[in-house]
Design a protein around this ligand. Structure first.
Ligand SMILES: C[S@@+](CC[C@H](N)C(=O)[O-])C[C@H]1O[C@@H](n2cnc3c(N)ncnc32)[C@H](O)[C@@H]1O
Length: 222
């Protein structure tokens, strides 16, 4: 793991989501956070997306997971090599030509830092911060044409990196994540599942012998 280069003040800033993400819970934090109990030993968020609740709670011990490998590459790389991501981000320009050239790249063929920077750059400069891919996995949201998007937010990246470094980051399906990690006194944040499938009993996905404390917040899908 490479150490971050910036001095301490940037590390002390409050971490916040690195991406705008469909279904993100930033607008609902005022409703969600007061409902979360104080006494849990671990936090698990298996539909992580932009991770608004995680970045607000800043748990000491967390498992964050998602089945989107591009997204998980971003979080793992910001944890392990935030300087590399920042260096790549600084090379981008908010022009239409640059946007479409970067969009045409296959992220799986790039280094981890380049792929992460690409994900952030496209999120900040595409239309409405949408994430949408075609059947072959190619990002297909058009250029946003915004005047001054903050492409390289170093303070947020360093703050997120410090928090992500103390978390376990998994790329995988929520069922595996729950089956392998459900233990006592774990707090789950599971809104995506509840919203997507109101009829799926969540307890089917958690081992029967686990006496896990479950907190399920049922919120409308946004
Ligand atoms: C609505 S977003 C989560 C929003 C997030 N909680 C927030 O506050 O920003 C849903 C996420 O679940 C992920 N996802 C969808 N199906 C999944 C599955 N079967 N297993 C794991 N993750 C999944 C998607 O990739 C997406 O990032």
């Amino acid at each position: 793991m490479k150490a971050a280069l910036l001095p301490s003040p940037a590390h002390q800033a409050a971490p916040k989501p690195l991406l705008k993400w469909a279904g993100g819970k930033t607008q609902l934090l005022g409703e969600i956070i007061p409902k979360i109990p104080q006494n849990y030993s671990r936090y698990i968020e298996p539909f992580f997306g932009g991770g608004a609740v995680f970045f607000s709670l800043r748990p000491d011990k967390a498992i964050i997971a998602d089945n989107n490998p591009e997204l998980i590459n971003l979080y793992q790389t910001v944890a392990d090599d935030v300087d590399g991501v920042i260096a790549k981000l600084r090379q981008y320009e908010n022009t239409e030509d640059s946007f479409y050239a970067v969009r045409a790249q296959d992220w799986t063929k790039l280094s981890c830092a380049e792929a992460s920077a690409r994900t952030i750059f496209l999120n900040k400069t595409c239309y409405n911060g949408l994430y949408r891919v075609n059947k072959s996995g190619g990002f297909n949201v058009p250029f946003g044409g915004y005047k001054n998007p903050k492409i390289t937010d170093e303070v947020s990246l360093y703050a997120a990196s410090a928090l992500l470094r103390r978390s376990t980051i998994i790329c995988g399906d929520y069922k595996r994540v729950l089956q392998e990690n459900a233990r006592q006194e774990t707090l789950f944040f599971l809104t995506h599942l509840i919203c997507q499938s109101q009829s799926t009993p969540i307890s089917n996905d958690i081992p029967k012998n686990s006496s896990t404390k479950r907190i399920i917040l049922s919120l409308p899908l946004r």
